[in-house]
Design a protein around this ligand. Structure first.
Ligand SMILES: *[C@@H]1O[C@H](CO)[C@@H](O)[C@H](O)[C@H]1NC(C)=O
Length: 141
């Protein structure tokens, strides 16, 4: 009897605590590639973590592509997806200069608009030039 009561109490507390914890938990970025197709990992730092719906966010993206140059027309892309892989909002900027293979680079973006964020979403940051040259993503919720 006591056990059941304790269990119900625990369940109630867990349900109540969950939305608050999820909304405040900092997001972390990891690799987008898989074993078949490894993609160089970008190091991503964001100013406000977790991102806030419909505010602007700052990003500092650094990394290194060892196999190919990053051409000057390549773009750095920031895209939010919902659970159904629907694009919620995207942002890009061109590199403007060629980054030689193996050279570390760092890009700071100060005003990236955050879309209205659902409970769960994916935030993907990638360098694109016809194919994805480097990438990182965070799966949230
Ligand atoms: C590339 O040039 C455009 C236009 O001058 C500028 O807005 C943008 O910030 C530049 N990209 C980078 C990564 O600095």
């Amino acid at each position: 009897m006591n056990f059941i009561f304790a269990f119900i109490l625990f369940a109630l507390l867990t349900v109540n605590a969950a939305p608050f914890q999820l909304s405040k938990r900092a997001i972390t970025f990891g690799s987008c590639g898989d074993a078949h197709e490894p993609i160089p990992l970008l190091n991503v730092k964001i100013g406000t973590n977790p991102p806030e719906s419909e505010k602007s966010e700052s990003f500092e993206v650094s990394g290194k592509v060892t196999k190919v140059d990053i051409p000057d027309q390549a773009t750095i892309n920031i895209v939010y997806f919902d659970n159904d892989r629907k694009n919620l909002g995207n942002y890009f900027k061109t590199f403007n200069e060629t980054i030689k293979a193996g050279t570390p680079f760092k890009i700071s973006l100060s005003d990236v608009p955050t879309p209205r964020l659902p409970h769960s979403y994916e935030l993907k940051v990638y360098v694109d030039d016809e194919s994805t040259l480097a990438c990182a993503n965070a799966i949230v919720g």
